[in-house]
Design a protein around this ligand. Structure first.
Ligand code: DLL
Length: 436
């Protein structure tokens, strides 16, 4: 079940379409966005300099800071009268990033999200409980519009209000659930506590999750506790919102909507474009966005790309799940570690719940990493020997798999705060630095 013919274009047709769209977008930014005009002029580039898709590498990058510097509307390429929606994402520091959409942008957004839903076999007979937050975050409304476009009955439950979510799931009979992975796990845990039998009381058969890096172990856990097919959705507000990429039911790799968003993978230190299969930072050029066209936007997300054909028949390039953001990466004693790698190791160990916190500290001049991990309800708090063994097992697994020494603390079930949106897994207690 493929939603759109653009997902199955031959390599040559896709390249021709991408190039034609790139030319239009370059004209658009050069003549309509003073920021780009200045930047291109400084590099001695005009839209005519770009004579092939490979020439894109001659263009400068756009960074999140550029959007902040032009806060709120300075990067828009259309007059305000054409903007029909504004979203914004709040970073941890500085001003929020503001993004705008024309009606045509909204149509494209619903189109790419509909493609994603179709990858999970969603049809108009489905009922979708959309537990992504509605508001400035692009999750709620981004999922909602595509569900309506596909005539899927969408329940705009938004996030939070766990007990009510569970009641709705049971009584309204959703067959598709959408949420952040951490909220999906929290909902499952709450369902058990409230006495629901997830597989008997609920009819959910597929879930679409995203917005935060998630280990394979956690995805498998969510699929298992809910008894569902797990689909991953990737995207970011600056490019459009959710819907930039999604996996079909043949693999975990995510089909990238290349006719609208042109992907490159770069080495974040040397900025060179990396070949297929190599991991680096994803850089995206929007090919069709009207309100906020972006050229070579550095997403900060670490992934790799492949053009190995997929069994589903779609011909689009696929990316691996995001390992993490380059700014979330921890450097511990010379070893690079993403929080999602730690999560994956934890997911292989019995007796703990996948609720944890990673704490970076300074001890003297040395950086130290601690992890608080919740024990499973099945582990008795007074079985000291068992708890000590469990701690040792976790430390050993982290050392063997990731080559890092971590001080493990076991904490009581449900003592770590649950997240309704994106989970905050890392707490950095050191001053002035986000890294170890
Ligand atoms: O998180 C859009 C979204 C909503 C995607 C709902 C999927 C589902 P922002 O708030 O702008 O937009 O955050 C974008 O979130 O650069 C990634 O670092 C991270 N992210 C998004 N999807 C995934 C994913 C939305 N599937 C930032 N896996 C991105 C890992 C993800 N990280």
């Amino acid at each position: 079940m493929i939603w759109s013919k653009e997902e199955t274009l031959s390599k040559n047709s896709l390249k021709a379409l991408q190039y034609a769209r790139l030319k239009e977008i370059l004209e658009r930014v050069y003549y309509l966005v003073p920021f780009y005009r200045k930047k291109f002029d400084e590099c001695g580039i005009t839209p005519d300099t770009i004579k092939s898709l490979d020439d894109l590498q001659k263009l400068p990058f756009t960074k999140k800071q550029d959007l902040r510097d032009n806060y709120p509307y300075g990067m828009f390429a259309v007059p305000m009268g054409e903007i029909v929606r504004i979203h914004s994402s709040s970073g941890t520091t500085g001003k929020p990033t503001v993004v705008g959409y024309t009606q045509e942008d909204m149509n494209i957004w619903a189109e790419v999200m509909a493609r994603a839903f179709r990858m999970g076999g969603v049809t108009s007979s489905d009922i979708m409980q959309n537990s992504h937050g509605y508001g400035l975050f692009t999750g709620g409304l981004g999922f909602h519009a595509a569900a309506e476009k596909m005539k899927v009955a969408v329940i705009p439950s938004s996030t939070g209000f766990t007990s009510r979510q569970l009641l709705l799931l049971k009584d309204f009979g959703a067959t598709v659930l959408t949420a952040t992975p951490s909220f999906a796990l929290h909902l499952a845990e709450a369902a058990k506590n409230e006495g629901y039998d997830i597989k008997k009381d609920f009819r959910v058969r597929a879930g679409f999750f995203g917005a935060e890096p998630t280990s394979i172990g956690m995805k498998d856990e969510i699929a298992k506790v809910w008894g569902i097919e797990y689909h991953e959705i990737y995207g970011m507000s600056e490019i459009i919102g959710p819907g930039v990429a999604c996996n079909c039911n043949h693999s975990r790799l995510l089909h990238f909507q290349e006719d609208h968003f042109y992907p490159e993978i770069i080495n974040p230190k040397t900025f060179e474009v990396l070949p297929e299969g190599e991991r680096g930072e994803l850089v995206v050029t929007t090919l069709t966005k009207q309100a906020l066209p972006l050229v070579r936007y550095r997403t900060g997300d670490i992934t790799s790309i492949t053009r190995v054909p997929c069994k589903c028949g779609r011909t689009t390039a696929r990316i691996e799940s995001i390992a993490g953001r380059s700014d979330d990466m921890l450097l511990i004693g010379g070893v690079n570690v993403f929080p999602s790698q730690i999560e994956h190791v934890l997911s292989t160990i019995d007796g703990i719940a996948l609720h944890y916190q990673i704490i970076a500290k300074k001890k003297g001049h040395l950086d130290k990493l601690e992890i608080n991990v919740e024990v499973d309800e099945s582990v008795m708090a007074d079985d000291v020997a068992k708890l000590e063994n469990l701690k040792a097992l976790i430390s050993k697994a982290l050392l063997n798999n990731l080559y890092i020494n971590v001080e493990v603390k076991l904490v009581a079930p449900k003592s770590i705060e649950r997240s309704e949106g994106k989970a905050v897994r890392v707490i950095d207690e050191r001053k002035n630095s986000g890294k170890i």
